[in-house]
Ligand binder design. Sequence first.
Ligand SMILES: *Cc1c(COP(=O)(O)O)cnc(C)c1O
Length: 466
Amino acid sequence: MEIDKRAYLRNLPAVHELLQHPRLQGYLKNFSKDLIVEAIRLILNQKREEILQSAHPPQIAPEDLIALIEKEIRRTARPHLRPVINATGVVLHTNLGRAPLGKEVLKNIHLVAQGYSNLEFDLQSGERGSRYTHVEELLCKISGAEAALVVNNNAAAVLLALNTLAEGKEVVVSRGELVEIGGSFRIPDVMKKSGANLKEVGTTNRTHLHDYEQAINEKTALLLKVHTSNFRILGFTAEVSLKDLVKLGRTKDLPVMQDLGSGCLLDLSRYGLPQEPTVQEALRAGADLVTFSGDKLLGGPQGGIILGQKKYVDLIKKNPLNRAVRIDKLTLAGLEATLRTYLDHEKALIQIPVLKMLTYSESELKKRAKRLQRAIAQELSSFCQVQIKKENSPVGGGSLPLHHLATWVIALRPLKISVAEMEKRLREQEPPIIARIHEDTILLDMRTIDEKEEKDLLLGLRNSLL
Ligand SMILES: *Cc1c(COP(=O)(O)O)cnc(C)c1O
């Protein structure tokens, strides 16, 4: 037995022999020798291990060994972070990168990234400028705010605002608004890290104005309202409107801040979506500060936006913590281009992919589903059943939690492999295809599949099923 294994091990070619193989020599054109040698070593080690572990080690053909090494070279050379086809229908899918960006936005990022820019240089005076000027005027113009600041993300915006206005002091929040957002953003935890003390008022389902009123004392620094982005409290409920909270804040000389989460700049109810509080409404209601994400309903790059009264925004800008959460130039380039699109609402609905996907008409989705169904059936009908179905897609990204958008999906029932196996194979395609499983079918939701992706989708389906 032992002797047997030694023979197997001896039969494995040496690294330098494998390196001479014409197919691996071909890779030297594009890849370093070190990378190729490393791939060879890794595969040889794996094979050695297999021989030692197995009672009956298989014979390894040299060609198979070369194929494995080639696969490993390609794997290491391929970017780890790469595009996928989102067939889940979840437009703001946090795990899949939230908002995809439109052409104009990408163009601006490309332009700014490839060379130097006036990031912090005032072209008029020839002196040092501020990176925030590129979007501040635009944000104020669109929202009606007096001042604006952008940071790395909304969690940072909330942290920074709380730290600036309420460190060592108390912040009053309703118990019904102590939100946790997927991942690790929780209002009580962010509050603690900001150095502010959380003063919870009311109950989970009902909070009244007098609850806030009674909680205010000499240590109070801020009244905070948090939009319950990803959940709703239904039934016997009461909450204090932002307007009433602002009134209270004014009489007590306390600033009022609203964390909106999903910064919606358009009234989406005009397009058949449920009413979400818009940024403009919050500011009109008198909020001294509002914070929201750049990559939720706004449809831009990751970012945190702080709008409101100049005296507060100026204080936040000067906080040393601001430097630690500052926005980078690529994001700024993308955010500016996204915001410019909002100067024309009709343009925004077409050019901002998030808004375009959320406002697709059902008939349009059905038409595309039918077309894709025909293409799939034509090629693959002996490997899977292909139907189209009316379904619902959730919005995701902690936005519009109760609303499901009527959509059209392609429902696939594989005939030769299990649904779970097919879902896994789809994930292994290039680009990977991320689909939903519902009962015993794979669902491909047309809402988040771009027309340009349909060719790759078909190819991926073919590779997974054949
Ligand atoms: C999403 C969300 C956040 C966190 O925003 P990020 O941009 O993901 O950091 C904070 N507060 C609320 C209410 C949210 O919905």
